[in-house]
Design a protein around this ligand. Sequence first.
Ligand SMILES: NC(=O)c1ccc[n+]([C@@H]2O[C@H](COP(=O)([O-])OP(=O)(O)OC[C@H]3O[C@@H](n4cnc5c(N)ncnc54)[C@H](O)[C@@H]3O)[C@@H](O)[C@H]2O)c1
Length: 239
Amino acid sequence: MLSGKVAVVTGAAGGIGAAVVERFVAEGARVIAVDVADQLPDRAGVLTITGDVAEAAIWRRVADTARAEFGRLDVVHSNASVTVRAPAHELSERDWDRQIAVNLKATYLAVHECVGLLREAGGAVVLSSSVHAVVGLPGHPAYAAAKGGLVALGRQLAVEYGPHVRVNTVLPGPILTSAWDDVSEADRVRSVAATAAGRFGRPSEVAAAVTFLASDESSYITGACLVVDGGWTAMKDSA
Ligand SMILES: NC(=O)c1ccc[n+]([C@@H]2O[C@H](COP(=O)([O-])OP(=O)(O)OC[C@H]3O[C@@H](n4cnc5c(N)ncnc54)[C@H](O)[C@@H]3O)[C@@H](O)[C@H]2O)c1
């Protein structure tokens, strides 16, 4: 599905990012994997960059690397994320700013530095938002604001850069990654019970949606949101 394409994946050391890298490589892409953590995938077809996606310098490095190493850039998957759980009155200004920077501003920086290459390639951008963009859950004010912002930004970028670049957004629901490590067993059980699928999603199931949106199989889809949540947003247990 991605034969001959060059893709950037951020948050590539995390659960979903690593699954996307694996799937992209399996589909024939060459990948630049970016993460602030240094446990990046060490495998053929993957070039790694360690750095902070909230800094413009890392995106200049990504664009320079894509140009120098591959002469093109077809796909940007903006997926890195941080979460600090606290209601607004307890959330520090520093933690608010950090979450907005990593979860939202990074996509602006990505496009600012990479859109020239994406236009040349007729490329695709896939953003990782969340069901938090459309449903309120206590303790996530900055995360939800950033993820809601990504939905609007994705639409905006699709309009701005069409027809050359397509931009779409995935909204994952409960996907079992290390992001759930500090969630209690009781809360995990409640989350699973709130899905029509009756289980957590797997990172590979989000990767499948991202791969579709990154590939020419979705050539007439842009400015769209794809919810990947096992029916979590569709389901309510009260009238
Ligand atoms: N897992 C879920 O249930 C779920 C649900 C909804 C949305 N999402 C979204 O999916 C995406 C991936 O989630 P995940 O579960 O794989 O998370 P994860 O915590 O496993 O991975 C996130 C990765 O982002 C990296 N990262 C954090 N800050 C960074 C920075 N400043 N620069 C570069 N990299 C940075 C981390 O090191 C980590 O490897 C995120 O955008 C998340 O918000 C996940």
